[in-house]
Design a protein around this ligand. Structure first.
Ligand SMILES: NC(=O)c1ccc[n+]([C@@H]2O[C@H](COP(=O)([O-])OP(=O)(O)OC[C@H]3O[C@@H](n4cnc5c(N)ncnc54)[C@H](O)[C@@H]3O)[C@@H](O)[C@H]2O)c1
Length: 500
């Protein structure tokens, strides 16, 4: 599987890692026990981040059919979120609901949920308390905003736990480098780690990948991907209401804040980027992107409404990506590949079913269909769990973190390009020094939030061309600190460079 271009940093990191890997191994005393091979062995699970996806992931975990599995601890920073999740998981669906809800359809045993009050934890240390309820070889689910990923993963490694973590797995350069180091440690210890890029487990896309590899569309020349939809998640945030701390408000509205999620760009576009890179079997080496804020009304978040990106692979192949969160416009949520001898629909509409197809020409017309996946597509959100738990029970190698970091860095590379107005390479993104939330490991309920608002309640937004070296500066930073390598001339009288 594709494993480039992780170069200088990963090699340099390897030397540094020897000591930390040794530390983790010593802490564990031995390798992770393979205790789950027998049918009678129960795998215990802890859910950290009990929102929409975490609740869905827990249901998927409990639906795996190859042996006993139980949810025994839950953690969140919001009590209402944890309670809602618990209620949802323990509610018994009607027969009709069971039929309709494919995510939960195989999970129907209330005794699989054993989370009494004393194993429901609230706060920024709740992740530790929940993982402390597990034994080595059990599974922790991370479905908080991605900013917390490396902090929680580090603790899971210390405890010898297998992990399922949602995407993105990092939002900035320093986080990516930490995650690569942790990926090494988890691989050395034989931990099994799933990353929530579930499209990689889709059988239709999998068959398409094999067919592309077999030359059925020739060499890939261009990839195109679109997530042009209406306002999504908490990407459009209104000013903080009374009665909630600044920090908790930013976590609640995490799509609005680059430190928490990488914003609308990273959180929403990563799946389409990743599935295109899968088909190409490579990662792009640079990105040139643009974007803008159009209809902001009373919204105070850090996002652009539109993003348009040209990713370039080492062989010159392009991936063109359009992201838009805007009502009243053309809507499309799909990925396509164009080759020298045909073309393919990678995914036709959102994540599943993919309805992957190959066409003889470059137009997606029915009478040119050369192949289509025409069986029912199993749910990839369930498949990713079936595969993870199977690997744990069989003790077979299974670790998606490195690939998850690569997908997250490629995604962040496009975001940094759009937000700064610069061409950004993969290595520049990976080695970028702007740590969006340096205090993330030590947050408490009383901590300041990683980014502060102005007197109108608005947060710093990217200013492409004006701030060129990072995505934003906080309002509190002095003008000296905000000086960018090319100081902007907003009057429009900047000296022309090589063309007009
Ligand atoms: N694979 C997919 O298709 C998919 C779909 C949706 C979301 N996701 C990912 O799942 C993650 C969560 O997204 P969501 O939509 O469920 O958001 P959400 O807001 O519904 O859930 C996040 C939960 O994490 C909690 N939380 C935040 N910080 C925490 C901390 N430090 N410790 C413990 N709990 C904390 C929040 O209170 C909330 O309950 C994101 O990374 C997102 O990208 C993936």
């Amino acid at each position: 599987m594709i494993d480039q271009p992780l170069n200088a940093t990963s090699r340099r990191g390897f030397l540094k890692q020897t000591s930390s890997i040794a530390a983790a191994s010593t802490l564990l005393g031995s390798t992770i026990p393979h205790v789950h091979a027998g049918e009678k062995n129960t795998i215990n699970v802890a859910l950290i981040g009990c929102g929409g996806r975490g609740t869905g992931a827990a249901a998927n975990a409990l639906s795996v059919q190859n042996g006993p599995i139980k949810l025994i601890a839950m953690a969140d920073v919001f009590e209402d979120r944890l309670n809602d999740s618990y209620k949802h998981l323990t509610a018994q669906d009607s027969e009709e609901e069971k039929k309709q809800n494919s995510e939960n359809s195989r999970f129907k045993c209330p005794e699989q949920i054993d989370v009494p009050e004393e194993r429901r934890f609230i706060g920024f240390d709740a992740y530790k308390q929940a993982m402390d309820c597990l034994k080595p070889g059990d599974v922790a689910i991370f479905a908080t905003p991605p900013a917390f990923r490396w902090v929680h993963f580090k603790y899971a490694i210390e405890k010898g736990l297998h992990v399922f973590m949602e995407k993105p797995v990092t939002v900035d350069g320093p986080g990516a480098r930490k995650m690569l180091e942790l990926a090494d440690q988890s691989e050395q210890l034989g931990l099994k780690v799933g990353v929530g890029l579930m499209c990689r487990h889709c059988v239709a896309r999998g068959e398409l990948f094999d067919r592309i590899k077999g030359g059925e569309i020739g060499d890939i020349i261009t990839l195109r991907a679109y997530r042009m939809v209406g306002p999504t998640g908490s990407a459009f945030a209104e000013p903080k209401p009374e009665g909630i701390s600044e920090l908790l408000y930013q976590i609640r509205e995490f799509h609005a804040f680059l430190w928490a999620s990488g914003g609308a760009y990273s959180d929403f576009l990563i799946h389409n980027i990743d599935e295109c890179c899968w088909m190409k079997d490579a990662w792009p080496v640079n990105a040139i992107a643009s974007g803008g804020r159009h209809y902001r009304d009373n919204y105070v978040d850090q996002n652009f409404d539109t993003y348009s990106v040209e990713y370039t692979f080492d062989d010159g192949t392009k991936l063109y990506l359009d992201g838009r969160n805007m009502d009243g416009c053309h809507q499309e949520f799909a990925s396509y590949a164009h080759g020298s001898r045909g073309s393919a629909i990678i995914s036709a509409a959102a994540h599943t079913p993919a309805k992957s197809r190959i066409f003889k020409g470059q137009n997606f017309v029915d009478d040119e269909i050369a192949w289509q996946f025409d069986c029912d597509e199993p749910n990839p959100y369930q498949l990713e769990w079936d595969h993870l738990i199977e690997a744990i029970r069989q003790d077979s190698p299974y670790n998606e973190v490195r690939r998850g970091v690569q997908a997250s860095v490629v995604t962040a590379m496009g975001r940094l390009s759009a937000h700064t107005g610069q061409r950004v390479t993969y290595d520049e993104m990976l080695n970028h020094e702007h740590e969006l939330a340096p205090q993330i490991a030590n947050l408490t309920m009383d901590s300041d939030a990683p980014v502060q608002c102005d007197e109108n309640g608005a947060y710093p937004t990217p200013l492409p061309g004006i701030i060129q070296d990072r995505e934003y500066y906080s309002f509190s930073e002095t003008s000296d600190e905000t000086a960018s390598p090319v100081e902007a001339d907003v009057s429009g009288e900047t000296e022309a460079t090589d063309d007009s």
